[in-house]
Ligand binder design. Structure first.
Ligand code: F6P
Length: 342
């Protein structure tokens, strides 16, 4: 049997660990032929493949990025895109596809399943906002990077008596901001799920001053917005799935604080540093477990599913139950983090 594998959407540390697991178990255990599909769904639209043998998958476990490349291509934005994909998969002899992706890429896998393509999904995104799984791989690494950034910002903020704002990724869910903020002792955490009131933020800074702490660290997710206002966007253009590019909320808040409170303020936008580089041990293990489970599902003939982490078990969940749903932050965890605000 020939099995295709693709990675779509924003990259996340651990994609290569999934690929390695699918190749190793697929070839050595099941005797499959594994073929890489280049740049997400675009590779199937354009018929661009990369044979994956044991050698190609060797040494890639700790590598960030994706040896296959990735893209935000939405085949349904192209004329007869779905049919083209079916035709190209058939021409290449691909009978099933392991799809590594977030909500957009897996949403396409669900639709392609309805058209007859046999897909198994693997949940990937540093944002951790995919429904149906406790964790996506890549998230743990992003939190570790953001936490280290917070530790470093603490020392310089304290030395200069400044407010420093760290803007992290998280378009619609504030998981990275919340968990890194909790781990890094943030004095305020602003997330998309809870539109913020700057007067509360000013209050936290003042409260710290009263107890002799004349510096503050604020973490803000890129998709956080002031109460009654819209998100701050970097540009008006949208990608093929209709997403705008967020960016700038850190500067928005920084300027307001400086003007209102006359405290020197600095802003750090962590950006793609959160996505690049080597995955943590947790993400390597999770990605490996996902890859093995995905090829096992292919072997069982269970399609239209995504492998998911529930507790400490990897289980299949139906793509139709995940498609179009988003997992926002656990507000109980936010309440715990807020004990330490101000
Ligand atoms: O993949 C999700 C994500 O990391 C978001 O948090 C972020 O807004 C977006 O990707 C950035 O995407 P790009 O790499 O296209 O700038």
């Amino acid at each position: 049997m020939k099995v295709g594998i693709l990675s779509g959407g924003g990259d996340a540390p651990g994609i290569n660990a999934v690929i390695r697991a699918v190749v190793r178990k697929g070839i050595q255990h099941y005797g499959y032929e594994i073929v890489g599909i280049r740049d997400g769904w675009r590779g199937l639209l354009e018929g661009k493949f990369l044979p994956l043998d044991l050698k190609a998958a060797s040494g890639i476990l700790p590598r960030g990025g994706s040896i296959l490349g990735t893209s935000r291509t939405n085949p349904f934005k192209y004329e007869k895109g779905g049919e083209k994909i079916l035709r190209n998969a058939e021409k290449a002899g691909i009978e099933a596809v392991v799809v590594i992706g977030g909500e957009d890429t897996l949403g396409v896998a669900h639709k392609m399943g309805d058209l007859g393509l046999k897909c198994v999904g693997v949940p990937k995104t540093i944002d951790n906002d995919l429904a149906g799984t406790d964790y996506t791989f890549g998230f743990h690494t992003a939190v570790a990077i953001a936490t280290e950034a917070l530790d470093r910002l603490h020392t310089t903020a304290e030395a200069h008596h400044r407010v420093i704002i760290l803007e992290v990724m998280g378009r619609y869910a504030g998981w990275i901001a919340l968990e890194a903020g909790l781990a890094g002792g943030a004095d305020a955490i602003l997330i998309p799920e809870k539109p913020f009131d700057l007067h509360e933020v000013y209050g936290y800074i003042k409260r710290r001053e009263k107890r002799g702490r004349n510096f503050s660290i604020i973490v803000v997710a890129e998709g956080a917005k002031p109460k009654g206002k819209t998100e701050i966007v970097y540009g008006e253009s949208v990608d093929e799935f209709g997403h705008v590019r967020f960016g700038g909320v850190g500067y928005y808040i920084g300027k307001k604080i400086e003007k209102r409170m006359h405290i020197e303020t600095r802003v750090v936008v962590l950006g793609h540093l959160q996505r690049g580089g080597s995955p943590t041990a947790f993400d390597r293990i999770l990605a490996t477990r996902y890859g093995v489970a995905a090829i096992d599902l292919v072997h069982e003939g269970t399609f239209g599913c995504m492998v998911a982490l529930k507790g400490n078990k990897i289980v299949p969940v139906l793509l139709k139950e995940v498609a179009g749903k988003r997992k926002t932050v656990d507000l109980e965890l936010y309440d715990i983090a807020s004990v330490f605000f101000g």
